[in-house]
Write a protein that binds this ligand. Structure first.
Ligand code: GAP
Length: 435
């Protein structure tokens, strides 16, 4: 357990030290469960998102994209059931007024915050939707919500998508974007935050197909985790018990990851039936049925929803890829990221920074490569230190320009994982990075 806690602390420290993640509003003392993504974190997040989009949207015939507004008509959240049902049971300590999830603490034990015993209130439902208001008048008329999930826009736009694309059931609508939840439980770094990025699609099907569709997407979620480099032994599937199902779900399975703070949900998969389209149809009065173009049969499609927490996945990718190797001078931290995820695909170094011809040659390679790839430049310290600095941020290769380069236009390319070096012609570098 101590070693595992240690891993979490090391990843958090690396994130701060190298600019993956910073505490939100840090110069004002921060804000609980709020974090900012620095230059490397932004790159890693974008790389995960781009891979997801390519794999699940761009490369498929049956998926289309949607990028919707965060603030929607509040009637959406009434129809979806979130105003009434998107809540956690909370207890409050009558002494220190700290609130806790009733299902996550022992209510007979002393308050974890002030240590007093027997001070908890009865559990009360606490809605997770953030409220704000439009315009200058506050009150019920102007009240709106920050979206608690990105899914609703895909249901609300179902008709628009049908009318403007050639999508036919079965098909999916995919979205990536921020969701907001008034979380009060401890966040475990970026695991649980007030706002977070989600990647998700609603897959519209005939009711009779839900079980096979569910199994198919569970398989696809697992397959992508393997492609991302996750060890299958660190993952498990957990079916939701009846009483923990969301208000819209008939079956939910979570893919959980073995974190230093226990098995935790990474991805979710839910069979939402026709709950959302049916409710929006009833409340809006707009016909959201699908008409089969071959048979003219009309029906409300059912939905299987695979959901992928992007910021949560980023944390698990870091935990999974963080490695320490070697002894003494050889000791190093390596982020064993898949090259597609690495913030930099390569780093370029001149062997010596005070030799203008080496620096000029290296600069030329750097400028050429970064037209197509994200590439780092480093001319500080010695080569060994530069390697270490790139290893701990996951850069797959380091390219060094030395005196031989000036004679034969080859460079040294050093591999992050094996530390092996080979000489490669400058002209072959783009091919090498693309491999
Ligand atoms: N549309 C379904 C939906 O939103 P969810 O299980 O409530 O389902 C989806 O959330 C995913 O979002 C989760 O599987 C998890 O990866 C991530 N997630 C949920 N709450 C989060 C939070 N407070 N902070 C970061 N990620 C969160």
């Amino acid at each position: 357990m101590a070693a595992e806690q240690d891993l979490m602390e090391k990843v958090v420290a690396l994130c701060k030290r190298r600019g993956f993640v910073y505490p939100g509003s840090e110069i004002y003392g921060g804000l609980a469960n709020s974090w900012d993504y620095g230059p490397l974190g932004t790159a890693l997040k974008n790389n995960i998102r781009d891979w997801w989009w390519k794999r699940f949207v761009q490369s498929r015939d049956d998926m289309v994209g949607l990028d919707a507004a965060i603030i929607m008509n509040p009637k959406v959240w009434e129809a979806s059931g979130h105003v009434a049902g998107f809540s956690d049971p909370l207890v409050e300590c009558k002494n220190c007024h700290q609130r806790f999830r009733a299902d996550q603490i022992d209510q007979d034990a002393p308050c974890p915050s002030c240590g007093k015993k027997g001070t908890f209130t009865e559990p009360k439902q606490f809605n997770l939707l953030f409220q704000t208001s439009i315009g200058s008048v506050e009150g019920d008329k102007s009240r709106v919500y920050l979206r608690g999930e990105i899914a609703q826009a895909m249901f609300v736009n179902f008709k628009n998508v049908l009318n403007t694309t050639r999508s036919r059931v079965p098909f999916g609508i995919a979205s990536v974007g921020k969701a907001f939840r008034n979380e009060i439980t401890p966040g475990n770094f970026i695991f649980r935050t007030l706002e977070f990025d989600l990647m998700e699609f609603e897959y519209f099907i005939r009711a009779a197909d839900w079980e096979k569709t569910f199994e198919y997407w569970l398989g696809e979620q697992k397959a992508w985790l393997a492609e991302l480099g996750f060890d299958a032994g660190h993952l498990r599937v957990r079916e939701h018990e009846k009483e923990e199902l969301s208000h819209y779900s008939k079956r939910t399975a979570d893919i959980e990851y073995q974190t230093p703070f226990g098995w935790k949900e990474l991805f979710g998969l839910a069979y939402r039936t026709d709950y959302d389209l049916r409710n929006h149809m009833e409340k809006s009065g707009v016909d959201l049925q699908y008409t089969d173009p071959d048979t003219n049969e009309k029906f409300i499609p059912h939905v299987v929803e695979p959901t992928f927490g992007l910021t949560r996945l980023l944390l698990m990718v870091l935990l999974e890829s963080y490695t320490e190797e070697g002894e003494g001078d050889e000791r190093r931290i390596v982020l064993k990221l898949k090259p597609a995820l690495a913030p930099f695909k390569a780093a370029v170094f001149p062997l010596l920074k005070n030799k203008a011809d080496l620096v000029g040659k290296a600069r030329g390679i750097y400028d050429t490569l970064r037209r197509d790839y994200s590439v780092a430049w480093d001319d500080r310290g010695n080569i060994g230190k530069r390697y270490l600095a790139q290893d701990e941020i996951g850069t797959p290769v380091c390219i060094t320009v030395d005196f031989q380069t000036l004679e034969d236009d080859t460079v040294t390319v050093r591999d992050r994982d094996t530390k092996q070096q080979e000489r490669i012609a400058i002209a072959d570098l783009p091919r090498h990075l693309a491999a």
